[in-house]
Design a protein around this ligand. Structure first.
Ligand code: SF4
Ligand code: SF4
Length: 290
C-alpha cells in the first residue's frame, strides 16, 4: 500500500531559476561536478543555488548502499578520480563560497572508504580558498579500520557532519547496512580526536518515528558531544522509495527545536524544509561571530 498523506501547504517548493542558479549550474558542469542538490532532488535548490550555495558530492554518482529514502543509484561505483579534489577546489574558488559542504556516496568497495580522498579534497579547498569554512558530510566508514577516521580529522574540516538519518528502531527499514551505535560512536570519536572541530548530525522525520524516540536521539547525540542538529521532513523522491508516514507540523518542529536547544546543542535547525546543508554557511557564520 503506497498511499501517501497529501502534501500540506507548508511544503512549498519554488521552481529553480534565476541568474545565480544558472551560474552555479554552469560552474558545476564546467568542472564535471556532481551535486547532492540535484541528485537528491532537494526542494531548496532554487533558493540555495541563487545564493551560490551548493553541496558537492564526491567519489561518484553510484553508492554501495541502498538507503530506502535516498535517490542515489546503488551499484558498483567507478574508480576514484584523482583530479576531483582539484576540481572541487576550483569550483569553490569560482563560486566564491564562504562556506562549502562536501559530501559523498558510501564506498564500501574501497579499503579506506574514501577517507584519503576526503582528506585530499579538504586540503585542496583549503589551499585555494583559505578563508572558506569547510563542512564535510561523510559516510559511516563501517567496514574500515577505525584509524581511517583519523586521516579525515587530521585534514581539519571546520564542521564534521554525519547524519544518523532516523531513530534506531527504523534502521532496518530506512538505513539497512548501517548501524545506529556505530554512527553515533563515529561522531563521538571525531570530537575526541579533535575537540576544535564542530560535530553535526541530523535526522529526517515523518518516516514513522514517534516524538519520544526523536528526543532520545537528541540525548544520544548530546552524550556523544554532537554540537549541531538538523531535523527536516522526509519527502519521498519516487514512488519506489520509503513512504511518507506523515507530515510533521511546523508547531511540532518548533517544539523539537526548543527541546534541542534545551539539551545543549549550539546550533539547531528544525523546520519542514531543513536539510543538513540548508543555510549551513549562514548559521555557522552567525555562530562564529557570536
Ligand atoms: Fe543543496 Fe543543501 Fe541547498 Fe538542498 S539544502 S539545495 S542539498 S545546499
Ligand atoms: Fe544515499 Fe548515503 Fe545511503 Fe548511499 S549511504 S544510499 S548516498 S544516503
Amino acid at each position: 500500500d503506497n498511499a501517501q498523506p497529501k502534501k500540506p501547504s507548508w511544503i512549498r517548493v519554488r521552481a529553480p531559476g534565476g541568474k545565480g542558479y544558472a551560474e552555479t549550474h554552469k560552474i558545476m558542469r564546467d568542472n564535471g561536478l556532481v551535486t547532492v542538490c540535484e541528485e537528491a532532488g532537494c526542494p531548496n535548490v532554487g533558493e540555495c543555488w541563487n545564493q551560490g550555495h551548493a553541496t558537492m558530492m564526491i567519489m561518484g554518482e553510484i553508492c554501495t548502499r541502498g538507503c530506502t529514502f535516498c535517490n542515489i543509484a546503488t551499484g558498483k561505483p567507478q574508480a576514484l578520480d584523482a583530479f576531483e579534489p582539484g576540481r572541487v577546489a576550483h569550483a569553490v574558488e569560482k563560486l566564491g563560497l564562504k562556506h562549502v559542504v562536501i559530501t559523498s556516496v558510501d564506498r564500501d568497495d574501497i579499503d579506506d572508504g574514501g577517507a584519503d580522498h576526503f582528506a585530499q579534497t579538504i586540503r585542496a579547498v583549503r589551499h585555494r580558498s583559505p578563508a572558506t569554512t569547510i563542512e564535510i558530510l561523510t559516510p559511516d566508514f563501517l567496514k574500515c579500520a577505525p584509524a581511517v577516521l583519523e586521516q579525515v580529522v587530521e585534514a581539519k574540516p571546520d564542521v564534521f557532519n554525519h547524519n544518523l538519518e532516523t531513530v534506531p528502531g527504523l534502521y532496518p527499514s530506512v538505513r539497512p547496512g548501517a548501524r545506529y551505535f556505530h554512527s553515533l560512536r563515529l561522531l563521538q570519536r571525531v570530537k575526541e580526536l579533535d575537540p576544535s572541530i564542530f560535530t553535526k548530525s541530523g535526522i529526517m522525520v515523518g518516516l514513522g518515528e514517534d516524538g519520544a524516540a526523536v528526543r532520545q536521539v537528541m540525548d544520544d547525540m548530546r552524550a556523544a558531544d554532537v554540537d549541531f542538529l538538523t531535523i527536516g521532513q522526509y519527502l519521498q523522491p519516487t514512488p519506489k522509495h520509503h513512504v511518507v508516514d506523515r507530515f510533521v507540523t511546523p508547531e511540532e518542529f518548533a517544539a523539537y527545536e526548543k527541546a534541542a536547544f534545551g539539551k545543549g546543542f549550539l546550533m539547531v535547525s528544525a523546520t519542514p524544509l531543513t536539510r543538513s546543508s540548508y543555510h549551513a554557511g549562514d548559521d555557522f557564520a552567525r555562530l562564529r561571530a557570536a
